[in-house]
Design a protein around this ligand. Structure first.
Ligand SMILES: [Zn+2]
Length: 417
């Protein structure tokens, strides 16, 4: 496989703007340009051309709820170089409601966010937040946690809300089953997700402006996953997500389902692995061929005072940092590390929510920087070495390496020991 060097990638860059114009006039407003492929693993570095700006992949997409990132502003997100973030359809569809957001020129206008947005279908939020939900062929029925009213979210309704929000990437409504569930329910949900994909495709009123992604289901059953992959890849959708994982299943099952999926997904379309955000998982799943990731973990853990660092995490609340004048990570370029010490953040955390905000900025910077380094190593043709160095730094000794990660990497020709 040919590998593009950093230098060649730069020479090719002016193509992007020309390419963008060409792409915007065609049916699907998305193009994936493969910049480099790792000659050892399944990793690839791409330019994903979306309506609001190009996105360099592999990419981590921070999650915003109700149009704002918890603990970080849109300007800060922009300054950190974030090219795409997530908006939650469930929350936005309930409050302030799609009509109001449409009036504000969609979610971009409402948030004043100039880059790309991905919205979820609302289905997953419902299953995870609302206990009393019922799935029928028509859609998902649930009681609004705001006013107790019964609501039916159909594939058509989900797409209609996402059309109002105006996101660059919309997700299909799928029948979500917990990854620890087994038996006939998993098969039913997989087939229903295929039928709902067709209803979502038919319901999309802005296919020239908004990309609809399919979500591969099938639980932890390889045969069901394969059937779902066969069916969904017959549809001409701009991209594919790998769903139904990262829900408490064994990591051995997790990576095997990921690699089975990337083996059968088309090379020329983006692959989005949903709900994955731990550093080790990100690096391993890039090696398995995934391009896009999202997770609430980096922002959620920040609110508990946990800062992500190349050697794991640093608990700001811990007494040992009370008199430590080093930044969280001396090598980090984020505004928090440039300005504040561990001792200051430790003191601040006791009585001011600003500490959570500073750690959130750092954690998002950590995720984005990690993915940029991963990408650069793929472009430079040294991704396997990058992984070995990354693992050495993350774990105190090789016997601490998680066995699933060792096995997953071995499956793509990287030996760690
Ligand atoms: Zn930092």
């Amino acid at each position: 496989m040919a590998t593009t060097t950093a230098c060649e990638a730069q020479i090719n860059a002016p193509e992007n703007s020309m390419h963008l114009k060409k792409v915007l006039s065609t049916a699907s407003p998305l193009t994936l340009r493969i910049v480099a492929e790792c000659p050892v693993t399944k990793a690839r570095a791409c330019e994903l051309i979306l309506p609001h700006s190009p996105v360099s992949t592999p990419v981590f997409m921070p999650v915003g709820t109700q149009g704002t990132m918890k603990g970080i502003t849109v300007d800060q997100l922009d300054a950190l170089g974030c090219q795409i973030c997530l908006g939650n359809t469930y929350h936005l569809g309930m409050r302030p409601g799609p009509e109001l957001i449409e009036k504000a020129n969609g979610l971009h206008g409402f948030m004043n966010w100039k880059r790309n947005l991905l919205t979820d279908s609302g289905g997953f939020q419902m299953v995870s937040l609302v206990e009393l939900s019922e799935v029928t062929e028509q859609g998902v029925k649930f009681k609004s946690p705001y006013d107790g009213k019964e609501i039916l979210l159909t594939p058509e309704k989900s797409i209609s809300i996402q059309n109002s929000l105006g996101s660059d990437i919309m997700m299909q409504l799928d029948d979500v089953v917990s990854s620890t569930v087994t038996g006939p329910r998993v098969e039913e949900a997989m087939h229903r997700s295929v039928r709902w994909l067709d209803r979502c495709i038919a319901a999309n009123k802005k296919p020239h402006k908004q990309n609809l992604f399919a979500i591969i289901q099938g639980g932890l059953n390889a045969q069901l996953r394969k059937t779902c992959l066969d069916e969904m890849t017959k549809r001409d959708v701009p991209g594919f997500a790998i769903g139904g994982l990262s829900g408490g299943e064994e990591k051995d099952d997790f990576w095997r389902m990921v690699t089975l999926s990337t083996d059968h997904l088309p090379r020329e379309k983006p692959r989005y692995l949903m709900g994955v955000g731990y550093a080790v998982d990100l690096v391993v799943c890039v090696a398995l061929g995934c391009d896009m990731f999202d997770c609430v973990f980096p922002t959620r853990t920040a609110r508990f005072g946990s800062a992500l660092v190349p050697w794991g995490s640093l608990q700001v609340k811990s007494k040992q940092y009370a008199k430590d004048f080093n930044p969280i990570d001396p090598d980090c370029e984020c505004p928090t590390c440039k300005r504040h010490s561990r001792a200051y953040l430790h003191a601040l955390f006791k009585n001011d929510t600003a500490a959570m905000h500073h750690i959130t900025v750092h954690n998002i910077c950590y995720q984005l920087t990690l993915m940029r380094s991963v990408r650069q190593s793929i472009v430079d043709g040294c991704f396997p070495d990058f992984i070995r160095t990354f693992m050495k730094r993350m774990f105190s000794s090789p016997d601490q390496y998680p066995s699933w990660a060792v096995d997953a990497l071995a499956s793509v020709n990287i030996t760690l020991h």
